[in-house]
Design a protein around this ligand. Structure first.
Ligand code: GUN
Length: 286
C-alpha cells in the first residue's frame, strides 16, 4: 500500500468560498441585499476567539455583512436571549451563530432554540436537526456537511461503505452519522463507553474522528485503504496543531486522509458561508 492521498480541505474550501463570493456579487447586481452573518462570542476562551476571528474575516472577504457581538464571560442567559431576539428581528442579519461552548451559567439548549430556524446557520436548532433526521435537510451542521463535501471530492462511491464515527457530539458525531446515512453508508457511532474501539475501526471503510483526543487513532487500527476524515483540532504544548488521528502512521494505511491543519477546519468555515447564503434565500422564499 502506497502512502495515502491527501484530501486538500484548504483548496476545496477555497472553491466553495469562491462560489459563495460569486453568488453574493450576483445578488448585488440584482439589487438583493448582501447576506448578513452575526457571530456572538461569550467569554474569552482562546480557541473560540481564533475560530470567531476567522469566521468574521471570511464573512467580509466574500462580501457579506459581518455583525460581531463579543460579550463578557459573566453575561447572563437573559441578556444573550434578548440579543438573539433582536437579531431574529433584524432584516440585515440572515444568519446567527453563537460560538460554543458557552459559560456554565448559560443553558446552550435554550439559546440554540431561541435562534429562528431560518437564521440557524449552524443547523443546531431542533427543527433543522429533525429535518436532517427525516432526510429533508434544510440548514445542516457545518462541520459534517463540509466533511461530506470532502468525501465527495475523493470521487469514491459512498453507498454501501461502512463508516465508523468516533464521537457522539451534537456538533460533529450525531449529524455526521445522519449525513452518512443519507449517503447510504452503514454507520457505527462510537463513544467513550464503546467496547474494543480498535476492532470497530478495523472494520471501517470510512473513519471520521471527532472526539478531541490528540493523535488517538493509530494507523495500525485502520483497514488498509480506509478513508480517514480527521475532525480533531488539538493544540500541543509546543503550540503545533494536531488531529485526533496519528497522521504519520495513518497515512501509511489509508487511501485518503485529511491533514490537520488544512483539512476539515477550512471546510467548516466555507460551509458556514454557504449556509448563510442559503439562509438568506430561505428567508426570501417567504
Ligand atoms: N464550537 C466548535 N464548533 C462549533 C461550531 O461548528 N459552531 C459553533 N457555534 N460553535 C462551535
Amino acid at each position: 500500500m502506497s502512502t495515502a492521498k491527501l484530501i486538500d480541505g484548504k483548496a476545496i474550501a477555497a472553491l466553495v468560498i469562491e462560489e459563495v463570493k460569486i453568488a453574493v456579487a450576483e445578488r448585488k447586481s440584482k439589487g438583493l441585499p448582501r447576506p448578513g452573518l452575526a457571530v456572538i462570542c461569550v467569554g474569552d476562551d482562546p480557541a473560540s476567539a481564533v475560530y470567531v476571528r476567522n469566521k468574521r474575516k471570511r464573512t467580509e472577504e466574500v462580501g457579506m455583512l459581518s455583525v460581531s457581538h463579543d460579550l463578557p464571560k459573566e453575561t447572563d442567559e437573559q441578556t444573550l436571549l434578548a440579543l438573539i431576539d433582536k437579531l431574529n428581528g433584524d432584516e440585515a442579519v440572515h444568519g446567527i451563530l453563537v460560538q460554543l461552548p458557552l459559560p456554565p451559567q448559560i443553558n446552550a439548549e435554550r439559546v440554540i432554540e431561541r435562534i429562528h430556524p431560518k437564521k440557524d446557520v449552524d443547523g443546531f436548532h431542533p427543527y433543522n436537526v429533525g429535518r436532517l433526521v427525516l432526510r429533508m435537510p434544510t440548514l445542516r451542521p457545518c462541520t459534517p456537511f463540509g466533511c461530506m463535501r470532502l468525501l465527495k471530492e475523493t470521487g469514491e462511491a459512498l453507498a454501501g461503505k461502512h463508516a465508523v464515527i468516533i464521537g457522539q457530539s451534537n456538533i460533529v458525531g450525531r449529524p455526521m452519522a445522519l449525513e452518512l446515512l443519507i449517503a447510504r453508508c452503514t454507520i457505527t457511532v462510537c463513544h467513550s463507553k464503546t467496547y474494543d474501539l480498535p476492532k470497530l475501526i478495523g472494520a471501517a471503510d470510512i473513519v471520521v474522528a471527532g472526539m478531541g483526543k490528540p493523535r488517538f487513532v493509530q494507523g495500525e487500527w485502520l483497514k488498509p485503504g480506509a478513508i480517514v476524515i480527521d475532525v480533531g483540532i488539538n493544540r500541543l504544548d509546543d503550540g503545533k496543531l494536531c488531529g485526533d488521528v496519528d497522521f504519520d502512521s495513518a497515512k501509511e494505511r489509508a487511501s485518503w486522509i485529511t491533514p490537520v491543519p488544512g483539512g476539515v477546519g477550512p471546510m467548516t468555515i466555507a460551509t458556514l458561508l454557504a449556509n448563510t447564503l442559503e439562509a438568506a434565500k430561505w428567508q426570501e422564499s417567504a
